[in-house]
Ligand binder design. Structure first.
Ligand code: NAP
Length: 232
């Protein structure tokens, strides 16, 4: 009997999201003979442990990804990245075309405005920054790479939620840091909003359930949400 029989299929999940982690768990359980690999960009210092194999870091553009697919014998590529991670999704489409590997796109649909939502919809993060009224207390629910954009708003108190502590002090004049992942329930998010006397939430329309609790909490508290829409 062989110790390591050839996998029947090799699935590469482009991850970095809770959806991708759930999918890896599901596929590992459902396909015991398959090789399930999740690819992470490597932005989070301590990513949540994942089922199956994990590889980390960029591939080196479309050509690098195409090479990886071929060299690793990937039979199916699943794009489960964040909907605003546009470059890797575009690369996946091109690399799948080049290699002929099946591509399954599972990026999340945007949230739809519900009755009671007080959304100020904008197209860019710059517009979101400019839409914050003076003297607001704003929860910045954005990736750390976007925080610097808000540095010019010295008339706003920011509360910044981050998974990892920043390597450098944040370039924001007036802010408080909150560490951790988004709360799972509206009740948890409501407590945060009340504790920091938040008047506005700044976020992008990411879709999915993982970050939706803050939208529900804002609805319950009737808080305005300055939300960057999706272009797709
Ligand atoms: P991006 O702009 O689409 O990608 C920039 C580059 O990062 C890509 O060209 C690729 O480098 C590398 N990369 C991105 N995702 C990768 C992955 N899953 N595996 C290997 N390399 C990856 O992406 P981003 O907005 O920086 O997001 C990076 C990762 O964080 C994604 O996996 C995404 O799911 C996750 N994430 C993003 C957001 C967000 O707001 N954008 C929020 C939560 C989680 P090469 O060209 O060298 O291959």
């Amino acid at each position: 009997m062989q110790d390591n029989p050839e996998p029947t299929e090799t699935i590469l999940i482009l991850g970095g999201t809770r959806d991708a982690a759930d999918l890896a768990k599901e596929l590992v359980a459902a396909k015991p003979k398959a090789r399930i690999i999740t690819s992470l960009a490597g932005r989070t210092r301590e990513p949540t442990p994942l089922a199956g194999e994990v590889r980390t870091g960029g591939f080196g553009g479309v050509q690098g990804l195409a090479r990886y697919l071929t060299d690793t014998g990937v039979t199916c590529l699943i794009d489960a990245t964040h909907p605003f991670a546009r470059q890797i999704s575009a690369n996946a489409i091109e690399a799948a075309k080049i290699t002929g590997v099946l591509l399954d796109i599972r990026t999340r649909k945007p949230w739809k405005k519900q009755p009671g939502d007080n959304w100020i919809e904008v197209e860019t993060l710059e517009q979101a920054r400019d839409a914050i009224p003076p003297r607001a207390r704003a929860l910045l629910a954005l990736g750390s790479q976007h925080i610097g954009l808000f540095a010019t708003r010295d008339d706003v108190h920011f509360v910044v939620r981050m998974i990892d502590p920043p390597e450098q002090p944040l370039d924001l004049p007036d802010h408080a840091l909150v560490f951790g992942r988004p709360g799972d329930t509206a009740a948890v998010e409501t407590m945060l909003l009340i504790a920091h006397t938040i008047t506005h939430i700044i976020c992008r329309n990411s879709g999915g359930m993982a970050a939706y609790a803050k939208i529900e909490a804002a609805r319950q508290l009737r808080l305005p949400v300055i939300i960057v829409s999706r272009r797709d």
